[in-house]
Design a protein around this ligand. Structure first.
Ligand SMILES: *[C@@H]1O[C@H](CO)[C@@H](O)[C@H](O)[C@H]1NC(C)=O
Length: 673
């Protein structure tokens, strides 16, 4: 026992000596700095994320203005290193918006970062990240010397200006302690671990292959197709292995998560899959696309080949890639089958090769069944649905379907899928008697202005459809916020009718409700609107199934009578859940828009939780005396997208575009299942 301890001690001392020696000899810069009695505090910009800085502990100076919402923060107290260092400092209360010095210390990655609103900064939650950091006041601790220059993980870092060391993303040095880590001798034993020195992202080489699955690797261009499935291979390197694996800030990522098998991952993780911008795809056409191709026996070999050529042309024209459109293919006959899903082939070239290899299945032409299949299982996160992109299904039909499609299409649309129909060589007059559902394409696609349905006379002229179709598929704004049917929701307004509002302002509130309602297509199958007014008591003004035309809804809103009384917002939420949303259809998105001008007399927490729990996306709109903290509790997370405040009733109109925009975005960011 004693001997073991002794040898261990000896080896520790030996190692320490090695560190000292190599530290001194290998870096003259470093020794120079050590002699300097006072260190200069390095400065960073608001947008610098902690993950970009390799140093495990440092003091930095932040500029003013870092509480701007464009600098994203993830977590509370402990922040994911994907966060802006300075904005996190403001969030934690260490810094105010005028900037200043802070002390930053890296800690291990976590699972379950909680978002919160604090000190004027809304932080988001994040399921997991590989590394975290904590911030405290910028008072250097005794006996610790902090780096005067920071080491960045990528030479491209915007803050890596002259005079700052840029290393990493290079071969890791084989001798611990020789990396460009400005540490002092007194600090060395504490912050320079012998193993797993936080230095660089290991370069892919045969020797590190044992860890290959745990660190996203840079890829040689043009080899992405050989990369195994994204979702199943990316795991999360612990901070010990790779505290700085944060290559290249591509700015592709928007607040919104990419969905992978492994969970929610910010887009940036994905971008390491392909460093070549050539294969990123067209960013102006970010859609998740499913092509349903006709493999029925009646189509014949020759037409099936034309169909494949058409698919390949589309794949070419779309410029497929992780930052652009993704495309999967389902072939139907008697039954549908996925040929490949959204993430199987993530560039046009690979996709075209795969399309070439598709073989015909034969059987009937069960289009309805195929659409149900796509609604139920194709657009799952496991299949590569990104959540942030509109879902589009293009259905190719040779002649006519052998089953019913209207109902299946309606359900698909209600769950947020944009359906396009391309009918080729449809039934001519004397064939119409065979068609199961006459006029199926018009019934199945969104109420027709022709946008969602194309009819092609002959398979031999199909190629002319490539450009028009691509143009429509890439009209993402229209798809994301389509008034025709994408916004299929049940929207329940909960309107404060308390005495403080007053008759005139109550009219303004109703106008606001009407202006929001106008933006939606109103019908049984599109959006339905209901309204509740509350004071101490609650009153159902009209339910989701009371009216089914826009004119009727607008008229009903106009004629709501002002009640006047107290403000029991909590009871009103419960009432709306019971009287409105309980009668909502399972496929419909449920949205509650609550308007109030003051603090509630009763508890809102439990009713709000019940609403969130029941999947009711809740917007809280406060006017004049409304309590910010209550709005944030009522609103669905993140509050910055769902809670709004205006200081007077006359400013309410300004919120209309924002609320509409957020509702549309939400449709895209909540994939089914
Ligand atoms: C509603 O829309 C009308 C017409 O665009 C506008 O004049 C009015 O200010 C809006 N009111 C509210 C409260 O949104």
């Amino acid at each position: 026992m004693g001997i073991v301890v002794l040898t261990m001690k000896a080896s520790v001392i030996e190692m320490f000596l090695v560190l000292l020696v190599t530290g001194i000899h290998s870096n003259k810069e470093m020794t120079k700095k050590i002699k300097r009695p006072k260190f200069t505090v390095p400065q960073i910009n608001c947008d610098v994320k902690a993950g970009k800085i390799i140093n495990p502990e440092f003091v930095v100076k932040c500029p003013a203005g870092c509480q701007d919402p464009k600098y994203h923060v993830y977590g509370t107290d402990i922040y994911a290193s994907y966060s802006s260092v300075c904005a996190a400092a403001v969030h934690s209360g260490v810094l105010d918006n005028s900037g200043g010095r802070i002390l930053v210390r890296k800690v291990a990655g976590q699972s379950g970062y909680k978002g919160s609103y604090a000190n004027g900064v809304q932080s988001s939650s994040l399921p997991r990240w590989r590394e975290s950091f904590v911030v405290s006041e910028g008072k250097p601790q005794k006996g610790v010397t902090y780096p005067s220059t920071l080491t960045y993980s990528s030479a491209k870092s915007p803050a890596a200006k002259a005079g700052e060391t840029t290393t990493a993303y290079q071969k890791p040095s084989s001798v611990p302690g020789t990396t460009a880590q400005p540490v002092t001798l007194t600090q060395a034993p504490r912050t320079t671990p012998v193993e797993g020195t936080p230095t660089t992202l290991p370069k892919p080489s045969p020797s590190v292959d044992s860890t290959a699955t745990s660190s996203p690797r840079p890829q040689p261009a043009g080899h992405r197709s050989q990369e195994p499935d994204l979702g199943s291979t990316i795991t999360y390197p612990s901070s010990k292995n790779s505290p700085c694996a944060n290559p290249g800030d591509t700015d592709l990522w928007k607040p919104g998560m990419v969905l992978l098998d492994a969970g929610f991952v910010p887009r940036e993780e994905l971008s390491t899959q392909s460093l070549d911008p050539m294969f990123q795809g067209d960013p102006n056409c970010k859609v998740d696309l499913s092509f349903l191709i006709d493999g029925s026996a009646s189509i014949g070999k020759r037409r099936f080949r034309i169909q494949k050529q058409f698919l390949a042309d589309i794949a070419q024209a779309l410029d497929i890639g992780p930052a652009g459109p993704l495309m999967g293919v389902v072939q139907y006959g008697d039954n549908p089958a996925t040929q490949f899903n959204l993430k199987t082939h993530m560039n046009s070239r690979d996709l075209k090769t795969a399309i070439e290899k598709i073989t015909q299945r034969g059987g009937l032409s069960n289009v309805g069944r195929a659409i149900s299949f796509v609604t139920k299982s194709f657009f799952s996160k496991a299949n590569g649905n990104r959540g942030g992109a509109p879902n589009v299904a293009v259905v190719m039909v040779d002649g006519w379907p052998t089953d019913k499609v209207e109902e299946a299409s309606r359900l698909a649309r209600e769950s947020g899928i944009n359906i396009f129909f391309i009918t080729i060589e449809g039934a001519v007059e004397n064939e119409k008697q065979y068609v199961t559902e006459p006029n199926f394409a018009n019934k199945a696609a969104c109420r027709t202005n022709g946008f969602y349905s194309l009819s092609v006379q002959s398979w031999f002229s199909l190629h002319k459809t490539v450009q028009p179709l691509v143009k429509r598929i890439c009209d993402t704004e229209r798809l994301a916020c389509s008034k025709t049917c994408f916004n299929s929701a049940d929207i329940g307004f909960v309107i404060d009718g308390s005495s403080s509002v007053g008759t005139g302002n109550f009219r303004t509130v109703l106008q606001f409700v009407a202006n929001l309602s106008k933006e939606f297509e109103i019908s049984e199958t599109d959006t339905r609107i209901g309204a509740v007014q509350y004071t101490y008591e609650q009153r159902l003004e009209f339910g989701f199934d009371t009216y089914s035309t826009k004119a009727d809804i607008l008229n009903a809103i106009k004629t709501v009578g002002y009640w006047s009384g107290g403000t029991s917002t909590g009871a009103a939420i419960n009432f709306a859940l019971e009287q409105l949303f309980k009668k909502s259809k399972p496929n419909k998105r449920k949205l509650m828009i609550l308007l109030t001008d003051g603090r509630s007399y009763d508890d809102i927490r439990i009713p709000a939780m019940a609403a969130h729990h029941k999947g009711v996306i809740t917007y809280a709109i406060g006017i004049v005396w409304a309590a910010q903290d209550e709005l944030e509790v009522i609103a669905t997370h993140p509050a910055k997208d769902h809670a709004f405040f205006v200081d007077e009733f006359d400013n309410l109109y300004k919120l209309v575009p924002t609320v509409i925009q957020n509702i549309c975005t939400e449709f895209n960011s909540r994939p089914r299942n």
